[in-house]
Design a protein around this ligand. Sequence first.
Ligand SMILES: C[S@@+](CC[C@H](N)C(=O)[O-])C[C@H]1O[C@@H](n2cnc3c(N)ncnc32)[C@H](O)[C@@H]1O
Length: 352
Amino acid sequence: MKTNEFIEKFTGSLRNGTFVRLTLTRPVKVIGRLVEIQGQPVLSLTFREATRDVTKNLPVAEAAGWLHQQKIRGALLSTTQQDWQLTPKLLIAHKPSVTVTTVRTHDRQKKTFLDDFAQVWLNALHTTPKKRQQIDRYLEIFSHLAEGMELRTIADMGCGKGYLTFALWHLLRTRIIGVEQRPELVAAGNQLARQIGATGLEFVAGTIESIQLPPVDALIALHACDTATDDAICRGITTGAKLIVVAPCCHQQIRPQLGRPEPLAESLRHGMLAERMAEWATDALRVLVLEWAGYRTKVIEFVASEHTPKNLMLAAIKERQPFTDPAARKRIEDFKKFYGITRHGLDELGRD
Ligand SMILES: C[S@@+](CC[C@H](N)C(=O)[O-])C[C@H]1O[C@@H](n2cnc3c(N)ncnc32)[C@H](O)[C@@H]1O
């Protein structure tokens, strides 16, 4: 029986540490990954149901028994040595899509998401301890936001030297595209990716607003300058990304437009307060637009402000059909009217 053979391959890969991922495609979609909970490896199963994902964790020792009980009609097992595809009649071997495996931790006590192997690229990028802390914190937040999502392709917009691009690849071993306008950084990123055998990681030269992208499941942008954050949000929404995570940088577009509505007028005579209000208004508008585009949003302070004052993170998880809720649209219009904002980087989204 091909199914028994498939299950043996699965249990063998768990035993010898080559397991990467299990996907059951029929009758229900289930994705299984190894995670670590309180120091113990556990098979984390995500059941894709019509309107939601349900996650169940199974001790590794019970995994084979569970799989035997499933009426599998189609499945894919990824190991670092071979991928195995099970069809109703055949068991087909493919070249491995991933050649290195990691166990993801759900243990909140653990402060780092990177194993020793990461040291190679961390050193090559001359990562400072401060930057390393930011990366760890970012990975912690990202893995929490992405829990239960299948992320096959991720774009990192305005990736610079690629700290986060490498870090996300290291965490997920999936396809990650770093987009950067400076060709010398792109060349250096690709060279390092090749050097460490980072299958799936690539850097492309171009601008956030115009680069050709395949459909992406998640889009991130950390400190992309000024309206480049809006461009990144726009690309995330229009490519239908399930998850968008941006940490804005400088905010220049709204500041000159900001009116002095009562009862704020007196306070906004002070340049610093107007500056802060413009930043606040820019990010608040971004959140409103993401909600109009069908996303559930979170605003997070992702590192302490002594690390960087640009420490606000806007996260959005796709939940609904975009641009269907007139109340969400009206909130944007009312907000802009109140502050006298006539032009905003995301204005055109969802217009008829
Ligand atoms: C402040 S750096 C941040 C780099 C990286 N995300 C990080 O956090 O380490 C911003 C980067 O975005 C790039 N960038 C800014 N605007 C861009 C655009 N419109 N298209 C592509 N890259 C852009 C810059 O060249 C720069 O490398």
